[in-house]
Design a protein around this ligand. Structure first.
Ligand code: GCU
Length: 710
């Protein structure tokens, strides 16, 4: 292998660095050092020695250690924001971790003499806002799903007895964190928070912080690239903070109403640090006259149980209390609401009383600006719309939303379905994918366990197929959530229709069409009669189907594992399109017939558990006027009609204890290319991407007003 001129140069440079020559890189050794060694051995190695030149170029970068255990309630601690403009380098070839000549992008710059060949720079000529996705900030990055390096400096004066953490509320998808040239940690998962202890790596004065963000998704990631209908934004999408805590600090804690009748509050505090054992922890809730304390055990954990006269948190009365946790070195104050949530038979009990969930589903996208939501104003705008709908509940799909949203939900009194992005097809048999998922459940609960608004932890959305691997995978997630949340929030999952269910709907459609006076073609009638005979039976059986209930019985074995059954159904939208393909009539006829039979549909499940219709909906482009006349597909009229039919249908199923129509706002999705209508937006929003209300918005608002007795 003949080595070219510039490689020779690199090798000479490496020679200058002396002892590095002989050593070959070991796994985990930083890529830059390995690159230097690689170039050197290519130049100084024995004649004819084999070298894998592909390693000279970019590629996979070793994961660094995992971040440190997550702290809760950053806002209740000493912290400095690192939000703002960060310098960036777009690294499509994944060269940055080692650089061509072994100068990695995370290495603090050396003084220059003007004779150094460095082909990247972090400076204000190319920046991105943090928090923020890069896709809507820089049109060159709109469809970019690869690597961007972020860099900024921050000043610090270290104090004795203190620890310093970098806290990220969300980096999509994989983040490598470097400080002052030291590779520190890798986090995977775009929607869960993580923090890195930088006490040792940080120095007094200016610190050089670099984050490598890789937005690449494949079939082993969560979510996968292909099988989920939402835009995969890239970047440091949420708040970044430098948090200062004592050497031993109250990393996690939880306080919740354990018994409604007695007003018993249970809780615990977990200290983290060298002096965690046998420490007195004080808990004060001044407004409730609570002043109590407990000592930590050998593992730094203190448990509490006390009774208090508390106003219960509810949508009608979202009362929050300042709960102060003091460990002698630091006092952390959190705003916590106290309520109970439980499942009893087919009912959902909030504070011991049956509650109907008047909900809406939404993605973590802003109404106020393009791209992802990431601040309080975004949360107030979206949840304010939900409130305008007279909702008392929101489904935050399909991943943990930014923390501002949960804080505002607490304050506004909106109950929350919180989920992790296990969406449809996941690599169920892949142990690494399982570890990622278990980590996401843990991180989601570690950040939000004290949010009164969160009433359900969901482990998946439309997960398929119904295989033993899938069931085993999701069962482990449910058990993880139960073991981590002592307040025992119900575990949920959004199930989806299976072939058996569609068969029942098809039978009914065939029976309807057979006796439909508008279906006159004798050949079609004959085909329908044949289908009726084969699928249903004789005339009596057909009459029974025609005049009977249309039962949708959920039997998915995951229903046994969860406490609450979410169900996504699309009567009036997808079902008509799909089933018209197996009927001898056109889609328009199928759709008309479907809308007519919806009143007879009854949702039940084989597990005697409550059902929440976690999705239903129809697409409409705001203001769209169809050439086919009013009420056509994509018109607001058609969407509104589907809502009327759905709300009527769902009110007739006593298993259905709540709904969260899909979806509050039109949201970006690469799955939606229809020109002139979708333009890479899913148009099932009740409002457009800029918040314009569609007719269906008012249909739902008025239904909820009536349902809530307004
Ligand atoms: C699914 C899915 C959503 C998707 C919706 C739709 O049920 O859960 O993520 O956006 O349907 O097709 O609009």
């Amino acid at each position: 292998m003949k080595i070219t001129g510039h490689c020779l140069l690199t090798a000479l440079l490496a020679l200058a660095s002396g002892p590095l020559l002989a050593a070959q890189p070991t796994p985990g050794e930083d890529a830059a050092a390995a690159q230097k060694a690689r170039v050197a051995s290519m130049l100084t190695g024995e004649e004819g020695e084999k070298h894998d030149v592909s390693e000279l170029f970019g590629g996979l970068v070793q994961d660094l250690p995992s971040p440190d255990p997550l702290m809760t309630n950053v806002d209740g601690r000493a912290h400095q924001t690192l939000n703002g403009a960060w310098n960036v380098v777009v690294d499509e070839h994944s060269m940055g971790a080692k650089g061509l000549f072994g100068t990695a992008y995370y290495t603090p710059p050396e003084p220059q003499t003007g004779m150094e060949l460095v082909e990247f720079s972090f400076d204000p000529r190319r920046q991105l806002e943090v928090p923020g996705d890069w896709n809507t900030q820089d049109e060159r990055l709109y469809r970019y799903r690869d690597i961007v390096w972020y860099q900024r400096d921050f000043d610090l004066q270290k104090a004795a007895g203190k620890r310093y953490y970098l806290h990220f509320d969300g980096v999509n998808y994989k983040a490598h964190v470097y400080l002052n040239g030291k590779p520190l940690a890798t986090h995977r998962g775009g929607y869960t928070a993580f923090n890195v202890d930088v006490t040792d790596a940080a120095k007094d004065g200016s610190n050089y912080l670099v984050v490598r963000v890789d937005a690449y998704l494949d079939d082993s990631t969560i979510p996968t690239k292909r099988t989920s209908d939402f835009f995969k934004y890239g970047g440091i999408i949420r708040d970044v903070d430098l948090v200062t805590v004592p050497a031993t600090y109250a990393r996690q804690y939880q306080f919740y109403l354990a018994d409604l009748a007695s007003g018993r509050v249970d809780g615990w505090v977990q200290l983290d640090g060298p002096q965690a054992a046998n420490r007195e922890i004080k808990v004060d809730i001044d407004e409730a006259g609570v002043h109590t304390s407990a000592r930590t055990d050998a593992n730094g954990r203190a448990t509490f149980s006390f009774t208090a006269k508390l106003d219960l948190w509810s949508p009608e009365h979202p009362r929050l209390y300042d709960v102060a946790v003091s460990d002698g070195d630091e006092q952390v104050v959190d705003r916590i609401g106290f309520r109970t949530i439980a499942i009893e038979g087919k009912q959902i009990l909030l504070n011991g009383k049956p509650v109907y969930l008047r909900g809406v589903a939404l993605h973590d996208e802003s109404i106020l600006k393009p791209g992802m939501a990431n601040d309080r104003a975004d949360a107030e705008a979206s949840l304010g719309l939900a409130r305008e709908l007279n909702a008392n509940y929101v489904r935050l799909a399909h991943y943990p939303h930014n923390e501002h949203t949960l804080r505002v939900a607490d304050e506004l009194g909106l109950m929350v379905w919180s989920e992790i992005p296990i969406v449809s097809l996941i690599d169920w048999a892949n142990p690494d994918t399982l570890q990622q998922a278990l980590g996401m459940v843990r991180d989601n609960i570690d950040r939000d366990r004290n949010r009164a608004s969160i009433v359900f932890w969901s482990v998946s959305n439309e997960s398929m197929p119904q295989s033993p691997e899938r069931l085993a995978f999701l069962t482990q997630l449910a058990e993880q959530a139960r073991s981590l949340d002592e307040s025992a929030r119900p575990i949920a999952s959004a199930l989806v229709g299976d072939p058996a269910e569609f068969k029942e709907i098809l039978k009914r459609l065939v029976a309807e069409l057979l006796f439909d006076p508008q279906v006159t073609d004798p050949k079609v009638k004959q085909q329908l009669a044949g289908m009726a005979k084969k699928m249903i039976g004789d005339d009596d059986a057909v009459q029974k189907v025609l005049h009977g209930e249309l039962e949708v019985m959920l039997r998915d074995p995951l229903g046994e594992v969860v406490d609450l059954i979410g169900y996504n159904e699309y009567f009036g939208w997808y079902y008509s399109a799909g089933l018209s393909r197996v009927l001898p009539v056109d889609e328009a006829t199928t759709r008309r017939t479907m809308l007519n039979i919806m009143k007879d549909v009854r949702f039940r499940n084989a597990f005697g558990k409550p059902i929440v219709i976690s999705e239903f909906g129809a697409g409409a482009k705001k203001g769209f006027v169809s050439e086919h006349g009013p009420g056509a597909i994509w018109s607001e009229e058609y969407q509104a009609k589907v809502y009327e039919k759905q709300l009527d249908m769902l009110g007739r199923s006593d298993f259905v204890q709540g709904i969260s129509p899909w979806v509050l706002k039109d949201f970006r999705s690469a799955m939606r290319p229809l020109n002139g209508i979708q333009e890479l937006y899913n148009r099932k929003g009740l409002v457009s991407e800029t918040g314009e209300r569609k007719q269906a918005f008012f249909v739902l608002r008025d239904f909820y007003a009536q349902k809530s007795g307004k």
